[in-house]
Structures are given as structure tokens and as C-alpha cells.
Design a protein. Structure first.
Length: 63
């Protein structure tokens, strides 16, 4: 394996070391709408969901 690929693999492993998986059920139409918005932004559905959650918490956390 080339050194750059090995370093990138280690970096990605470090970044995701403390990640958790959240699974939930949603109606098909809602998933479709979310996927359309993610595609518009050129990001994955997972990245879009993280963006939504982060923005929601930023706006709604008490000072």
C-alpha cells in the first residue's frame, strides 16, 4: 500500500474513532426530499443530516 494511502487511512480512522451510528425510520417521501437537498449541495445524505442536526442544535441551545 502506498505511504500516502496508508497515512490517509490512519487519518480517517482517527477522525471516525469516536463516531456513533444513529439509525431511524422515516417516510420515503421525507428521505427523498432530504436526498434531493443533499445532491443540490453535492454532499452525502449522512453529511446533510449532520449539517441539519448541527444547525438545529446551534440555533436552539440555550445561552
Amino acid at each position: 500500500m502506498p505511504k500516502q494511502v496508508q497515512e490517509l487511512t490512519q487519518t480517517i480512522s482517527t477522525i471516525y474513532k469516536n463516531d456513533s451510528v444513529i439509525k431511524f425510520h422515516t417516510p420515503d417521501y421525507l428521505k427523498h426530499l432530504l436526498e434531493k437537498q443533499a445532491v443540490k449541495r453535492n454532499i452525502s445524505l449522512s453529511a446533510f443530516m449532520r449539517l441539519i442536526a448541527s444547525e438545529y442544535l446551534r440555533r436552539n441551545q440555550p445561552l
